[in-house]
Design a protein around this ligand. Structure first.
Ligand SMILES: Nc1nc2c(ncn2[C@@H]2O[C@H](COP(=O)(O)OP(=O)(O)O)[C@@H](O)[C@H]2O)c(=O)[nH]1
Ligand SMILES: [Mg+2]
Length: 357
């Protein structure tokens, strides 16, 4: 079927508003669910780019500032790890591999002296040069590659281009904005028009503290788009730094599938962060995750490993039929293709079921 995509898009925070309810059939509401960091906001950004006018000037400026200060934070975190590991005896490893050499100490001190909590934009060209130099150094590389450090997924993406970020007139590009982690709380609505049907993506935030807000989003939603980060099998959640992210995602998915309010509504799952997964599976086996311990396939075979993760999710669906795709949310072409296919399919089903007319 040909897809005629048109319309305008607005992204707004609707904290405190009850936007639409079950009687609002003209508005097709897709509820985004999934644990924190799985890629919900990134999907919203992609939809804004695809069906809207792109990121506004003020939005771009905010991202520019956030990216600059996050990037300083990434290096500070690596340097803190260096301090910690230099003092620790670890698995018979010589701690000096993590120690910043004398000649890089002034660079390190300048970067560490920046306050993480100030509003000023500290990423000057000089600081960017300091960070670039440290980023190239062997100890920082060793710490970055060491298992067990919790860093944002796109740390290397931003550190690789820190000199560009430090330029006086740097403005965040579309890709930079897609890669930038912005922690949002409250409900974010992304309105767009697909095939002449007005639609709203509802992002209620996924972290544990946000989940009480779900009830409001579930009311009147037409389908659920659940996002699970397949690459997160070796990571802990930010809320307690203990629970494995896949374990958390599975439990969450099971709860979502059981919600009586969602009976008869389609659930779509995006198995996201495929790009990171492909890199990770080369060195870290799936079995580091307690819930994936029973994987017996070839350790580094990405497709078999993904199929195993998918099976685990489907087993929690309570017999429901699930539409699913493997995605890379920062890749616009990938998201466009998959999203259009999915929308096409669920619109068709809704029409068949008489839900929209
Ligand atoms: N490389 C890569 N990064 C991703 C992907 N999906 C999301 N991210 C990044 O992961 C971080 C968290 O994503 P976000 O959409 O904020 O997660 P949310 O908490 O579910 O809203 C952001 O920095 C995103 O750019 C992906 O498929 N590949
Ligand atoms: Mg988010």
């Amino acid at each position: 079927p040909k897809l005629q995509v048109m319309g305008l898009c607005a992204s707004a925070s609707a904290e405190g508003h009850d936007e639409g309810d079950a009687t609002d059939v003209a508005n097709y509401k897709i509820l985004l669910l999934g644990s924190g960091g799985s890629g919900k906001s990134t999907i919203c950004k992609q939809i804004t780019l695809m069906y809207g006018s792109g990121f506004s000037k003020s939005e771009t400026e905010i991202h520019t500032t956030v990216i600059r200060s996050n990037t300083i934070g990434y290096m500070q975190k690596l340097l803190e790890e260096s301090e910690r590991l230099s003092e620790e005896e670890e698995e018979g490893k010589d701690p000096s591999v993590y120690t910043i050499p004398e000649d890089l100490r002034p660079n390190m001190e300048r970067v560490m002296s920046i306050s993480r909590y100030s509003d000023t934009d500290h990423l000057t060209e000089e600081i960017a040069a300091d960070i670039a130099k440290l980023w190239e150094s062997a100890p920082i590389k060793a710490i970055f590659q060491r298992k067990g450090v919790t860093l944002d997924d796109n740390t290397a993406y931003f550190l690789d281009k820190v000199n560009v970020l430090g330029e006086k007139n740097y403005l965040a590009s579309q890709d930079d904005i897609l890669r930038n982690r912005t922690r949002t709380s409250g409900v974010t609505l992304t309105k767009f028009s697909f095939n002449s049907t007005p639609m709203t993506l509802v992002d209620v935030g996924g972290q544990r503290g946000e989940r009480k807000k779900w009830a409001r989003g579930i009311k009147g939603c037409t389908s659920v788009l659940f996002i699970a980060a397949i690459s997160s099998y070796d990571q802990k959640i930010e809320e307690d730094l203990k629970t494995n992210r896949i374990t958390e995602g599975l439990a969450l998915f099971e709860d979502v599938c059981k919600l009586p309010q969602l009976e008869g509504k389609s659930i779509i799952v995006f198995f996201n962060k495929h790009d990171i997964f492909l890199e990770k599976i080369k060195t870290i086996p799936l079995t580091v995750c307690e819930d994936l311990k029973d994987y017996t396939g070839p350790p580094t075979d990405p497709d078999k490993a993904i199929a195993h993760i998918q099976e685990k999710f489907f087993a929690r669906a309570g017999g429901r039929e699930i539409i699913s795709h493997v995605t890379c949310a920062v890749d616009s072409e990938n998201v466009r293709k998959i999203f259009e296919g999915v929308m096409d399919k669920i619109l068709e089903e809704t029409l068949k079921g008489g839900g929209l007319i």
